[in-house]
Design a protein around this ligand. Sequence first.
Ligand code: ADP
Length: 307
Amino acid sequence: QNTLYLRVRIGDLDDDLYAIFINDVSEQRRFEAMRRDFVTNVSHELKTPAGAISLLAETVTDAADDPDAVRYFSGRISKESARLIELVHHLIDLQKAQNAQGIMNAQRISALDIARDAIAANQVQADARHVDIRLSVNGKTVPSEASGVQAAPAAAASTDSGEQRKQTEPAEQSEQQTADVQPTDAAPMIVADKEAIVTAVKNLVENAIHYSPEHTTVAVGVAQSGDKVTIRVVDQGIGIPAKSLDRVFERFYRVDPARSRETGGSGLGLAITKHCVQENGGSIAVWSHEGEGSTFTIELPAAPAEA
Ligand code: ADP
């Protein structure tokens, strides 16, 4: 595949034909370099918490007669272990997402259910940070738990007034989500691997909470416009500098590595999200302004109407 075949006739050498094979290995080399970088990154990310745990365990043994020190160092051991476990989970998710081709379990699912599962998975962290998560369907607020009220009517789908406005004015969008709860029966439907899309949205909600100050709001919006379904996560957090916007989906890329490590990020969440979405025929976009917040928008093909 990487070999370029040239068949040339050289001078008057008795009309002999010579074949020259030029092997273009640049793509192979690039892939190899990426693989090496990945292994180096993984080793580094695993070594840091593992090394810390080992040191802290020694320290806690030395400080055995001081209950305060034991409590403090045990707490740090728990934190580093949690980081290690998160990284291993993310590596497994990434592996699954990268190898997903053709083995996904595509099914007809409600985008609202996806959003609710993703919110439920993050509710404890949100409560701990006093972050209020609001859920809306086609612009109408709905409860984030599944009981009772369902999604907005199909007719409301066309009122979702387009990508551009929301990409440029996410704050306005979240303010629009008033408290009027609309009991209806038609949620936007997609055909996708549920586990993959829940993983994708869960990572976005997790980041939205993680990179926002306490007492802020994260708005999760599900909407249908024509044959597209969007799942949007809007936060009022620290935002992402313009120069980093293109890079946040790269494996192990972090805007502020020290801060992310301190607060427990693996650097893999958005890479996993992007894979999960793309494997299901969708795309993901980010809008952000430093200090104003971020908006991540997943776009997926809407499921065809049921016969
Ligand atoms: P991490 O585990 O570090 O959060 P991710 O792949 O999920 O890794 O995100 C990559 C980087 O993108 C983060 O380290 C952070 O700098 C930035 N980022 C992601 N989501 C947000 C957000 N909602 N607000 C601000 N920065 C974000």
